[in-house]
Design a protein around this ligand. Structure first.
Ligand SMILES: *Cc1c(COP(=O)(O)O)cnc(C)c1O
Length: 429
């Protein structure tokens, strides 16, 4: 029979109870256009006519509005799950800023004020070593701004051991070259010496860049030149350091992770970092350093294209004023407390599903502290539950390991334990 004639009519497809439910959530016109596309695919022979409703549902799931997810992966900063969750204070600040705010207005004088001055003041107060601070869209934007303003048409000296791919196919060297700067690569993948830098710096140099290897580790016969030694060598050009994860001060639990204050004290002229990694704030790029350098970046025309919106500024300011945003709290959680929470959840599941407490390692992820394992505790469940939990309400994402699903509590805020247990019970039904 003609394939085209077997394609079900729109009314018939829309009567599918799953699509009726979807229409209640997403709106009838959205569902109808998904059905139309599925019918077209069936007419073209791309899918079986019986699968029109399924195909429409699959599309609706793919393009559904962003949903809240409980991060039970054990990866503290999961880039695909939106990295750092904001604190309650930051969420409140975002809600307040969503209307009209004094982001660029002085209520006292009635005149214009410096945009985002609250966030900038909080950042400056957190890192007194910085003579100037500025905030852009993300760390990649911070690097683009520095490269454009300080090295377009000139050279950036960088070690071959620090040519990093950030993720999703994006690479820092490509990013830098896209600004019109040239890379002067020095040293080798495993070893770079101070002499490599001193031999390369010359009249063409815009700046020397150090990039923290935040998502990998090289072991064995390796060595790089610390910022302190590069600064002490007085190369006569700015030393820019991309520290990656956004720690403003030393974190005792992550002794190998660089921080802004120490890096500036070591003599760096400019530090760049992300706002949504270990700082625990919104997506943002932080620039901290010598006052006149930061001022040059701030006044560069490109700065206007990279500026952050009022929601980001509000979230960043609240995060900087918060002693312990969720990421920091998760990092510092004690394994015994995590095991106790896991045991409480396991008790709730007794007689319903095979569940056990598992002592497992969690990680920082998201470009921070590679190789560091944080002792943690998880609820271990049958692996078959993984998909049901991901597609449930709330969505729960764990990790499947050795044939079982692990829900790692280090990355779950304690306030979500009850919702997590409820989601597991619903998935078992
Ligand atoms: C994560 C990271 C970046 C990219 O930061 P975004 O804020 O995602 O743009 C750049 N450099 C290093 C070293 C990083 O760890």
């Amino acid at each position: 029979m003609d394939q085209r004639r077997r394609v079900p009519r729109t009314d018939a497809v829309l009567a599918d109870p799953r699509l009726v439910a979807a229409a209640a959530r997403a709106g009838r016109h959205v569902v109808k256009s998904a059905v139309t596309r599925a019918q077209e695919r069936a007419r073209g022979g791309e899918i079986e006519p019986e699968r029109v409703a399924d195909a429409a549902l699959e599309e609706l799931r793919r393009v559904a509005p962003a949903r809240a997810v409980i991060n039970a992966t054990g990866v503290l900063l999961h880039t695909n799950l939106g990295r750092a969750p904001l604190s309650a204070a930051a969420v409140d600040a975002v809600a307040t800023a969503a209307g009209n705010t004094d982001v660029e207005f002085d209520l006292d004088s009635g005149g214009r004020a410096r945009r985002g001055r609250g966030a900038l003041a909080a950042l400056a107060a957190a890192v007194p070593e910085a003579g100037g601070v500025h905030v852009v869209n993300n760390n990649a934007a911070a690097l683009v701004l520095a490269a454009t303003a300080l090295a377009a048409g000139r050279e950036i000296v960088i070690s071959r051991g620090e040519l990093v791919e950030i993720g999703d196919g994006f690479r820092i060297p490509d990013l830098l070259v896209s600004t019109g700067a040239r890379l002067r690569e020095v040293g080798t993948t495993n070893l770079t010496h101070l002499a490599d830098y001193t031999g390369a710096v010359g009249p063409e140099t815009g700046f020397v860049l150090k990039v923290h290897p935040s998502n990998f580790r090289v072991e064995g016969f390796t060595g790089s030149v610390p910022a302190r030694e590069l600064a002490a060598a007085r190369l006569g050009v700015p030393l820019v350091v991309d520290i990656g994860s956004g720690l403003l001060a030393r974190e005792p639990l992550l002794p190998d992770e660089p921080d802004a204050a120490s890096t500036l004290r070591a003599g760096a002229d400019l530090v760049t970092a992300s706002g949504d990694k270990l700082l625990g704030g919104p997506q943002a790029g932080l620039l901290l350093g010598r006052r006149e350098l930061v001022e040059r970046l701030r006044r560069h025309p490109l700065a206007r294209a990279l500026r952050v919106d009022k929601l980001t500024l509000a979230a960043l300011e609240a995060t900087l004023r918060d002693a312990e945003p969720p990421v920091r709290r998760a990092l510092r959680a004690r394994p015994e407390d995590l095991a106790e929470r896991a045991a409480a959840i396991v008790r709730k599941l007794e007689g319903i599903v095979t569940a056990a407490v598992a002592r497992v390692p969690a990680t920082v992820g998201g470009g921070g502290a590679p190789g560091v394992e944080l002792p943690s505790a998880a609820v271990a469940l049958p692996a078959e539950l993984a998909r049901r939990l991901r597609t449930g309400e709330p969505a729960v994402v764990g990790r499947v390991e050795d044939g079982r699903l692990l829900l790692d509590l280090r990355t779950v805020p304690p306030g979500q334990d009850e919702a997590l247990a409820g989601a597991v019970l619903a998935a078992c039904r």
